[in-house]
Ligand binder design. Sequence first.
Ligand SMILES: Nc1ncnc2c1ncn2[C@@H]1O[C@H](COP(=O)(O)OP(=O)(O)OP(=O)(O)O)[C@@H](O)[C@H]1O
Length: 351
Amino acid sequence: MALIREKRFSQMNLSLHVPSRVPFQDAAAAARRQCPPPVAAASTSSTPASRASQFRLADFERVAVLGRGNGGTVYKVRHRETCALYALKVQHSAGGGELAGVEADILSRTASPFVVRCHAVLPASASASGDVALLLELVDGGSLDAVARRRAGAAFPEAAVAEVAAQALSGLAYLHARRVAHLDVKPANLLASTDGEVKLADFGIARVLPPRAGDHRAPPYAGTAAYMSPERFDPEAHGGRYDPFAADVWGLGVTVLELLAGRYPLLPAGQKPSWAALMCAICFGEPPALPDGAAASPELRGFVAACLRKDHRERASVGELLAHPFVAGRDVAASRRALRRLVAEASSPSS
Ligand SMILES: Nc1ncnc2c1ncn2[C@@H]1O[C@H](COP(=O)(O)OP(=O)(O)OP(=O)(O)O)[C@@H](O)[C@H]1O
């Protein structure tokens, strides 16, 4: 199946707006309820399958729309009885039934502080439509993409980027050790909390790989074109095979560059993100790097270069990047503080 998730550039609104068909109350009803100050639900260690029976969709009321993607809509919801807040990702079978199944399956096996927690998988419609809702932990700062937009293109400070990289790598290390490749690492799929946590989200095109090592013939055009590595973008030039784990590292490298630049970094500002322009930049251009004059430490430059080697066999692994001085040598307390401050500022009502 060919699937291209479009990068949502600010000048192009490519998001698919799917109408709500979810049988729960709306924000007005939510506002009438008497609840203590809102809190996100606590994580637990049991699996979504074992907890699914605790929840029904009717137990929740809708508070707001958090985001819309290719396959569905993500709502902020409140549990009527406990008033605990969650994110509810409703995936419509017409747009992503198969993908929803994959995401639910992967998230049900996952328990890491660096991966968004799935509390339950619920049927999302009274009819046999196949719509599925994932009840997720609410990450209060939203995606890094949204945080960056609220900062109106202001670059993230290096310390905050080091913290993002460290936590995203910890999430990828957890997944890769379990043979799960995310395959869509980008700012929109990294969620951040006002407490300075970063969590990988959106496993819609993730894959569980067979136990043996080696390259894989994965569906080449699944993912977001702008964050695809050269060997995924142009698989024929690489024998139709690629290492999915190295592809995740490339996505992280582009993400780091984007947060530092305050805009998508592989095309000149204002250039239309067409397929041809991306092909030229990703497959035929120089390896992406920070501009020569940009204020950046040698550690940061080295980290970006290690993530963005065009030959995937030369690209650093997640384990190597966790030991890289940019990540391992950071002042953990200071970089966590920098990220916490940045997300909190971007989330404040005045921003
Ligand atoms: N657990 C969560 N907490 C807070 N916000 C969330 C959460 N999950 C998703 N969101 C918001 O909703 C947006 C869309 O979520 P997600 O990427 O999972 O949906 P999608 O339909 O797979 O999107 P896409 O088509 O872009 O991949 C995110 O970018 C984020 O802003």
